[in-house]
Ligand binder design. Structure first.
Ligand SMILES: [Zn+2]
Ligand SMILES: [Zn+2]
Length: 291
């Protein structure tokens, strides 16, 4: 023991140079992509991610996208490269999520700036925990007036889940979702073919739930979709301008009730699947205009 100590002290003070040994770490990315390895831009109506040039020539796999590993029995396996392979997969997932172009710069939950209101802080904290603890925390349903940042927060969540966590997500505007379903049914597409991708995605965002007048047929399809996702234990994130009747101290200015828009059955199913979070306050766009 004494001998060992002597040697280490000797090494420390006499043999080893005093300056710290640099830790050799593979630097990911470049300044252009803020060391993320991908860039996101607007393309037509959608936000599109692409691999940064610095990743195309990945140092870890020499740009092949794969690495070889040998197991104990001597067999060689091909694995996707832990750096560029993962980024490529996540970029694909982001591009499949259908995120609208105007949210191309909303890549993280943290980009949501909570207004000076407890409810906004609560919404932000919940979304952050949802991302960190996925899939151990249930989805969320953000309700409140237009322009409070509900969609922003939902998009921040799925951007982070795709780009950083590699989870399959899908964004659907409620109104377009219904028209897509209607169109598919009118072409005689099999029911499963229409609903399957909406059920299979790990996280589905339904934006502006309850917007417009929905008929019984539409609500029935929506009910099927929600029930199937519930049975498959998939996460659903919802934004809506309507307030659930289950909320205490409802804003008297907002008397539009979610249960009246989508029916009690859907609303109570959502209550089981999502944390209901009311966002209070007025539209920030109106406030900015000084109205
Ligand atoms: Zn780069
Ligand atoms: Zn690589």
């Amino acid at each position: 023991m004494r001998y060992y100590l002597k040697i280490t002290l000797l090494q420390k003070y006499l043999i080893m140079p005093k300056k710290k040994k640099p830790v050799k770490k593979l630097q990911l990315g470049c300044d252009d992509c803020y060391h993320k390895g991908y860039l996101v831009e607007k393309k037509n109506n959608l936000a599109r991610a692409k691999i940064c040039n610095c990743i195309i020539n990945c140092q870890s796999c020499n740009g092949t996208g794969a690495t070889l590993t040998r197991n104990d029995n001597g067999y060689i396996y091909i694995n996707p490269c832990g750096i560029c392979g993962v980024i490529q997969r996540n970029v694909k997932l982001y591009n499949m999520a259908g995120i609208p172009a105007k949210y191309f710069d909303v890549l993280q939950v943290d980009t949501f700036q909570p207004r000076n209101h407890e409810s906004h802080q609560k919404a932000l904290s919940y979304a952050k925990e949802f991302v960190q603890l996925y899939p151990d925390k249930k989805g969320f349903l953000l309700m409140g007036a237009a322009g409070l940042g509900k969609t922003h927060l939902a998009i921040g969540t799925i951007s982070e889940m795709t780009l950083e966590r590699g989870v399959k997500c899908l964004f659907k505007d409620f109104f377009y979702l219904l028209s897509e379903l209607k169109e598919a049914y009118s072409f005689g597409t099999a029911e499963n073919e229409v609903i399957r991708p909406l059920v299979e995605t790990d996280i589905l965002v339904i934006d502006e739930l309850g917007k417009g007048r929905s008929n019984e047929w539409e609500l029935n399809i929506l009910d099927q979709l929600i029930s199937k996702r519930y049975n498959a234990s998939k996460m659903t994130l919802i934004t809506t301008n309507y307030i659930s009747e289950t909320m205490e101290n409802r804003d008297p200015e907002n008397n539009e009730i979610l249960e009246l828009r989508v029916g009690k059955r859907i609303a109570s199913r959502l209550y089981e699947m999502c944390e209901f979070i009311p966002l209070k306050g007025r539209d920030y766009r109106t406030l900015r205009r000084g109205l």
